[in-house]
Design a protein around this ligand. Structure first.
Ligand code: CMP
Length: 167
């Protein structure tokens, strides 16, 4: 059964020029890239994304890190990979959450670090399971941005809706 997984390249990965290396690593695991865009990580979005971590001692630092406050990076590549065992495969290539414990052959092991402040700069976010993947993908992507019917959607008529178009 095919499944989808969300990968977001975090500010440290972007700042250090590791986007290409990260794409090459994911390209080796035989998954389809079904959506790709640059997201702006606002506090509101990140709080929703990490809502299950609220209350942890590292929570505020994590929000600041993901918002790009430590790296001055505010635009992050977000990718949806799709295929058999996509979550397992992406998490394996990403490596352990703690970059110091991650295998050097993984993205986090090769490119991550723990700062002197104790922040895990672990380069990529990868959804942890199928229900989290669904929740996160719906948070960061609109149905129209995914060219396959990944989750149930509906057509909503919004009368006062305004859309930016090319001038
Ligand atoms: P991620 O895979 O995006 O999901 C949750 C994030 O919380 C994780 O990567 C790390 O960035 C962060 N995190 C998890 N555990 C710790 C920890 N013990 N100390 C600092 N940050 C952590």
């Amino acid at each position: 059964m095919k499944q989808a997984v969300l990968v977001i390249i975090k500010p440290d990965g972007v700042l250090k020029g590791q986007v290409g290396t990260i794409f090459m690593k994911f390209a080796q695991i035989d998954l389809e890239m079904i959506a790709l865009k640059i997201v702006r990580p606002t506090r509101e979005k990140i709080e929703e994304h990490y809502r299950h971590l609220k209350g942890h001692k590292f929570y505020e630092d994590l929000i600041s890190y993901f918002m790009g406050k430590y790296h001055n990076v505010h635009k992050l590549p977000a990718i949806i990979f799709y295929g058999e065992k996509a979550i397992q495969k992406c998490r394996k290539i990403a490596g352990k959450t703690n970059p110091e414990e991650a295998n050097p052959g993984t993205i986090r092991g090769a490119c991550g670090r723990i700062t002197t402040k104790g922040i895990f700069e672990n380069v990529v976010h990868v959804s942890s399971d199928k229900s989290e993947a669904k929740r996160e993908i719906k948070l960061w992507f609109e149905p129209e941005e995914i060219p396959i019917p990944l989750y149930r959607s509906k057509v909503k008529k919004i009368d006062a809706y305004k859309k930016k178009v090319w001038a």
